[in-house]
Design a protein around this ligand. Structure first.
Ligand SMILES: Cc1ncc(COP(=O)(O)O)c(C=O)c1O
Length: 437
């Protein structure tokens, strides 16, 4: 389907509208969706809705589909495992695929010492467990997090997340011993490490800090990239004060930046890494990777859960890893990243409303502002661009503390032709939205 045909899409179509009516009745509005289009099938970087509309997917299910939708190998592994067994509970009768996946992740992770891996279900659960591990290992309580951070929606993860609405508003009381420092934002703020040190020292006794948890590139926060020097200083600082450095790679990991983990670009070795999203092509799976000496502090049975490391999800994850390696998806992330960067840079030159374009590899975003000089966030324009894109057949995700960023979370397998078609739609949408708002 070419761009012209996509202009004729009827979104949402009548079948989607019918489902949506029932949804209004039976699904609470706190469970929201970015569109009223209901998926029927998906393949590669395209989703077909129940009315037969084909959409280019630049969200990859919030960054879960690095290898694309319904990859043949992943689907085959899922079906094979489902025929063998769907669940025994690893804590009752274990299975090899958990161990195989742990081995592969441990060997890939840039930890300072040989690593081990514990599997969980969601990103938030990985974060909760990373905090438990750091506290137990250090016998300390305080956790340092950053402005603009998103770490999930469970109690501790929600506390660590920054944005009040909709993630925290009315959901208190929050967990204690969480302290926040400013995330270094090269576009908007001071990135000096001294500022971080001052902010932390003003809030908490350094000998009480168990962990500093940072997204090397913020996800929900708008793809702000922590400068390498900042991450390197953070590593030294954590060592000096005896705290664990935790890299939340749930969004930035698994190849999106052109390396398996975003911290590798800065040559920083975190003590603990959380992994999720693209790890298992959308099946619920996450991981905490940490040095063996760190895990050694925890008693047998201290961590776990009924569904953690589900065998179908483990098989899918093993296939995702093989696909990334076999199909050279790290190089491909860099390649498609270059195409997107070039287009975004050109668009920034043409539109006063695009203040910043940033990111690493294929993890790229553009930030909308009222003018380049004021840098005042322009969330209304961003919302309009996302809506215009959808009407033209492109699903794209927003981000940013001020909701003024669009981010690229497309499958790394996206063919060039489709990528260019999606970028054309995005550019057209910026053009139309810019004229309208
Ligand atoms: C960096 C980061 N950490 C944690 C999470 C929470 O993951 P989940 O939604 O799987 O709980 C997310 C989700 O977007 C994330 O981007």
């Amino acid at each position: 389907m070419n761009a012209k045909a996509r202009n004729l899409l009827r979104i949402p179509g009548s079948k989607s509208r019918q489902i949506d009516q029932r949804r209004q009745e039976f699904v609470p509005r706190c469970i929201s969706s970015g569109s009223a289009v209901y998926a029927a099938t998906a393949s590669g970087s395209e989703i077909t809705d129940v009315d037969g509309n084909r959409l280019i997917d630049f969200t990859g299910g919030w960054g879960c589909m690095a290898v694309g939708h319904t990859s043949l190998e992943v689907v085959a592994a899922i079906c094979d495992q489902a025929r063998n067994f769907t669940h025994t509970d690893f804590s009752v009768v274990p299975y090899a695929s958990y161990v195989d996946l742990a081995e592969r992740l441990a060997l890939l992770a840039p930890c300072p010492e040989p690593a081990q891996v514990a599997l969980f279900n969601s990103g938030a659960e990985a974060i909760e467990n990373a905090v438990k591990i750091a506290r137990k290992h250090t016998d300390r309580r305080a956790i340092i997090v950053f402005s603009g951070a998103f770490h999930g929606r469970t109690h501790m993860a929600m506390t660590m997340t920054h944005q009040e609405s909709p993630y925290k508003s009315g959901f208190g009381p929050f967990a204690s011993e969480v302290y926040r420092a400013s995330y270094p934002n090269p576009y908007r703020s001071d990135c000096r490490f001294q500022r971080f040190e001052d902010e932390v020292a003003a809030q908490v006794e350094l000998s009480e800090v168990a962990a500093i948890v940072i997204e090397p590139i913020q996800g929900e926060g708008g793809f702000t990239v922590a400068p390498s020097e900042f991450l390197q200083s953070l590593r030294r600082y954590a060592d000096q004060i005896g705290a664990m450095l935790v890299a939340d790679e749930i969004q930035s990991g698994f190849g999106r930046t052109g390396k398996f983990f975003a911290v590798e670009h800065s040559k920083v070795s975190p003590d603990i890494i959380t992994v999720g999203k693209s790890i298992a092509a959308g099946l619920p799976l996450s991981a905490v990777v940490a040095s063996r000496s760190v895990f050694a502090s925890l008693d047998s049975g201290a961590l776990g859960g009924t569904y953690v490391g589900n065998p179908i999800a483990c098989r899918a994850a093993l296939e995702v890893l093989s696909t990334i390696e076999r199909d050279g998806l790290l190089d491909r992330a860099s390649h498609i990243g270059r195409i997107i960067s070039k287009r975004f840079a050109r668009m920034r030159g043409s539109y006063e409303c695009i203040g910043d374009v940033r990111g690493v590899g294929a993890m790229l975003a553009m930030e909308f502002v009222r003018s380049k000089s004021s840098k005042e966030p322009y969330p209304e324009l961003c919302a309009k661009v996302i809506a215009e894109s959808l009407a033209r057949g492109l699903v794209i995700a927003g981000a940013g503390y001020d909701k003024n960023v669009v981010r690229m979370l497309l499958p790394l397998t996206t063919p060039e032709e489709l990528l260019l078609e999606g970028l054309d739609i995005l550019e057209k949408s910026v053009d139309v939205a810019h004229g309208d708002v």
